[in-house]
Design a protein around this ligand. Sequence first.
Ligand code: MF3
Ligand code: CO
Length: 247
Amino acid sequence: MAEAGKVAALALKALSDAAKPGVSLLDLEALALEVLAAHGAKPSLLNYHPGFSQTAYQFGTCLSVNDEVIHGTPRKKLLREGDVLGLDLVASIDGWHADSAKTVGVGEVSNRALKLMRITEESMWHGIEQSRAGNTMGDIGHAIQRHVEKNGFSILKNMVGHGVGTAVHEPGLDVLNTGRPKSGIRLEVGMTFAVEPMVTAGRGDMKHRKDDPWAVVTKDGSLGAHFEHTVGVTEDGPRVLTLLPAS
Ligand code: MF3
Ligand code: CO
């Protein structure tokens, strides 16, 4: 998983470097597939059929623009100055998956967008910090929720992180973005899961667009941000499996 995670990180880095005004979402999708292949990893999401959908997913990445918080699909759309772009992908090597996401600004973005991205990323790290044997999923959720709400933003409702391993979504291991300390599933050494706060600048309600079964958008049209790392619980504490290789 750590090997797949390095490649996922390289692909995300390539996408964030390439995300400039005038570049299309399909260009980014192609770039991601290229980077994954160049490093011997497979795009886990391509033809992946998650339980929550009627159909299989047709791309290797999820690219979510502005009010799309997660699961936006690559399309011809050109990026514009000021867009807030979520990049999400899963890489696999030898059947082991690693899932990671980040949100970046295209060109110059508003201060509010910058703050939303910063707080969302920080909340992910607060959640990761709690990913220790003996703690609970409630500890992770509480740490994320507290940081987000203290800063005036909202957790996207009804969405959680998940176990990751030989499946992209391992059942039975919801990773909460809200919660009470010391409640819920107890964490054990060897668990591997995605910590992935999904945050909105407005209220936290979500909807789908009529013509798009995939993208999860904010109901009030506010901006969304999403950061995600796959983490393993070790005897020495949390190990982030989706970091860039030390160069
Ligand atoms: N990183 C995404 C997630 O954890 C991957 C799912 S994309 C979809 O939800 F194909 F399932 F939509
Ligand atoms: Co995920």
